[in-house]
Design a protein around this ligand. Structure first.
Ligand code: AGP
Length: 607
């Protein structure tokens, strides 16, 4: 789950463009970086271990000559982060440079075969087999296009690659299978990248490259061909509605804080989604024999919350499943009567795509909820909704989580209406409350941010946290926990509050901070009991609760208040926001970079 980029310019040097584009792709991986350009038939390469800014200080990534080039920012899968394992990788003669995102499953066998032919490998990566394979094909007198095509036909696994060579110095060759690849078309340049934000400030005209396609960027633009038989494919660019500065921080210190503050706007957009797709999805849910809600990480927490919404509003039982366990847990049971609602902000998460590919082969109905137009999920799903949150750059999902919940709540409400399980009065009340969510989100951020900052200062040295909630708030608790451990590296546990006394409570000792998510709903009484259990063992009680809920506040050491009257089923959308801010300020207090947490990357495109 690296970031690749390539470009051919009419004029000027490519390296400053590549450097800036890699910065916009850094959320995809940041343990090493590299660039290669061609000038006067010579290959120029700079690469090293570390974050882009650090490597730039060392090597000046803007100072490579030539108008044609490629670049890479890495998330290591094969071979530890090092200068040697950093991309681009080259062939024996140093005439072909390749950047790769994905995993070559048969690289061991290919490497042995190439070593027997005399090729010398420099790195421990799977990706290095690609330039050597191309080199071998060129020896047979093939053109670069044919050599790249034949080379990728030998690869098993996932790849998106960009290749340059002194053999044909005014071209960039790219190809994809399973890893994302898009082409950006501008007046005086053509770009290829793992993700649209890479070239968004340069052009909003993008061509989505499909699986099994190869693209050549040249001075006339781009040409697409099928990898299987090289037949030409014609495809016009789509206009991307994202504003160029959406991929920038706009004055915020970090993308994560910017994206938390963008939630009111995103939620407004999510309330204006296209009706026909929501209606079609509602019909499929209504007719479904069984419904699986499949996702990973934060998106899975949205599915967990949705399972309460669908049950409480539409009397529909659904199965929220962690995607990487779907095939093992339900693979045999899935059939033509199964409906899979897949949630993935990137639309590219490998575990999620593998789960739906399995279900698709068993004739299940696939529906998708994603944030990225043109993502692989949108190509597999029978119907999908794009949640309109705009690009999310911070590795920790924030605005995409609350937008996912907002879409899922709309689906549950539509299904409730269709099934007539809930009174019109209640439906109208919930619809009214849903319409107010963006303003309420605004109020929470404005009124509570400073308080949350102080809370992070108070608890910055805590060694462990508990997150507890009942009912739909247990999903909010899981999400709060994930945010804190992924960006502030604080070991944390989350449980449905009723479960804590079946084991986890043994960890509770004086001063252990326990965060309770407790909106005023049917679980209010029992949550008070759970708070008392923790208090009795000396825990420090922090509550996210409804404004003026004196009963709960009187039991707490610290509290964050949420505006009165938020309906239970909608509460995760709003109660998650203080937890996002808390995790952010804890990371800041602990001197960490919230945008680029260690060992993580934004889109997990490997299994
Ligand atoms: C959340 O902050 C993480 N970035 C991660 O858990 C993420 O939610 C997960 O990888 C799923 O990503 P997706 O929504 O793009 O499929």
């Amino acid at each position: 789950m690296c970031g690749i980029f390539g470009c051919i310019l009419k004029n000027g040097d490519a390296s400053p463009i590549i450097h800036a584009a890699l910065k916009r792709l850094e959320y995809r991986g940041y343990d090493s970086v590299g660039e290669a350009t061609i000038h006067e038939n010579k290959l120029f390469i700079k690469k090293d271990q570390g974050k882009i800014d650090d490597v730039h200080i060392q090597h000046d990534l803007d100072d490579l000559p030539g108008r044609v080039g490629v670049g890479h920012t890495r998330w290591a899968t094969h071979g530890a982060p090092s200068q040697t394992n950093a991309h681009p990788h080259v062939d024996c003669a140093g005439q072909i440079a390749v950047v790769h995102n994905g995993i070559i499953e048969n690289f061991g066998e290919l490497r042995r075969e190439l070593e027997e032919l005399g090729h010398v490998f420099r790195s421990k990566t799977d990706s290095e087999v690609i330039p050597h394979l191309i080199e071998e094909k060129l020896k047979d007198g093939l053109t670069m296009l044919e050599a790249v095509r034949e080379a990728v036909s030998r690869l098993e696994g996932s790849y998106a690659i960009a290749v340059i060579s002194v053999k044909e110095p005014d071209k960039v060759f790219c190809a994809r299978r399973d890893s994302p690849l898009v082409v950006g078309v501008a007046e005086n340049a053509t770009y290829c990248a793992s993700d649209i934000p890479a070239f968004l400030p340069l052009t909003n005209r993008a061509v989505i490259i499909e699986n099994g396609e190869l693209v050549v960027l040249n001075d006339n633009g781009y040409e697409i061909r099928k990898v299987t038989d090289s037949t030409p494919v014609s495809r016009k660019p789509e206009i991307i509605s994202w504003a160029p500065n959406m991929a920038e921080k706009q004055g915020y210190p970090h993308f994560m804080l910017k994206e938390i503050h963008e939630q009111p706007l995103c939620l407004r957009n999510t309330l204006r989604l296209q009706d026909p797709y929501l209606e079609l999805m509602t019909t499929f849910l209504d007719r479904a024999g069984e419904v699986f809600l499949v996702a990973c990480g934060t998106s899975y927490h949205a599915c967990l919350a949705a399972s309460y919404m669908f049950s409480k509003l539409a009397f529909l039982a659904t199965h929220p499943i962690i995607a990487s366990e779907f095939i093992e847990q339900h693979g045999r049971a899935v059939n033509i009567d199964s409906t899979i609602l897949v949630v993935s902000q990137s639309g590219e998460t490998a575990d999620t795509l593998a789960a739906i590919e399995h279900a698709r082969l068993r004739a299940a109905t696939i529906m998708g909820l994603t944030n990225v137009i043109g993502s692989t999920l949108t190509r597999i799903a029978r119907v999908y909704v794009c949640q309109q949150s705009g690009p999310e750059i911070g590795v920790a999902a924030t605005k995409t989580f609350t937008s996912q919940l907002c879409v899922l709540a709309q689906l549950a409400l539509r299904l409730a209406k269709k099934r007539g399980k809930v009174s019109h009065v209640e439906i109208e009340h919930l619809e009214e409350k849903l319409e107010q969510i963006p303003e309420v989100a605004e109020k929470i951020i404005q009124s509570q941010e400073e308080k949350i900052k102080q809370l992070a200062k108070k608890y910055k040295d805590a060694q462990c946290f508990f997150f507890l909630g009942r009912g739909v708030s247990s999903a909010t608790a899981f999400e709060g926990r994930l945010k804190l451990l992924e960006i502030a590296y604080v070991p944390s546990l989350a449980y449905p509050a009723g479960e804590s006394k079946h084991g986890p409570i043994s960890l509770v000792e004086k001063g252990l901070p326990v965060i309770f998510i407790c909106p005023k709903d049917d679980t209010h009484k029992t949550v008070i009991g759970n708070i008392m259990e923790m208090k009795a063992r000396g825990a420090s009680i922090i509550v996210i609760t409804e404004e003026g809920d004196e009963e709960i506040k009187s039991l707490a050491d610290d509290y964050i208040e949420i505006v009165k009257g938020v309906p239970e089923v909608l509460s995760p959308i709003l109660y998650a926001i203080p937890l996002q801010l808390f995790a952010y300020y804890m990371a800041i207090e602990r001197g960490l970079d919230p945008d680029m947490p260690r060992n993580l990357a934004k889109s997990v495109t490997v299994m």
